[in-house]
Ligand binder design. Structure first.
Ligand SMILES: [Zn+2]
Length: 75
């Protein structure tokens, strides 16, 4: 039996809701979001998202602004 290619990824939890385009974009964002976010100041992966665009590093205690859902500098 041939396996169907699943391209739904993280948005699979919404089943068919919200439309394909929106779910596709969500996949992109969530894939980045789940990566370890690396602090641009101490370059350690200890950054937590506080709210949209506000990030807090647990290692060096810096609080800074960046993208809403992920950090700009990806390792
Ligand atoms: Zn840091």
């Amino acid at each position: 039996m041939a396996t169907k290619t699943k391209k739904i990824k993280a948005s699979g939890r919404f089943k068919s809701g919200y439309g394909t385009n929106v779910r596709g974009r969500l996949n992109k964002v969530e894939a980045l979001q789940r990566k370890k976010q690396i602090c641009p100041y101490c370059s350690k992966p200890g950054v937590e998202r506080q709210s949209a665009g506000i990030w807090n590093c647990r290692k060096c205690g810096k609080k800074f602004a960046s993208h809403s859902y992920y950090l700009e500098k990806q390792a």
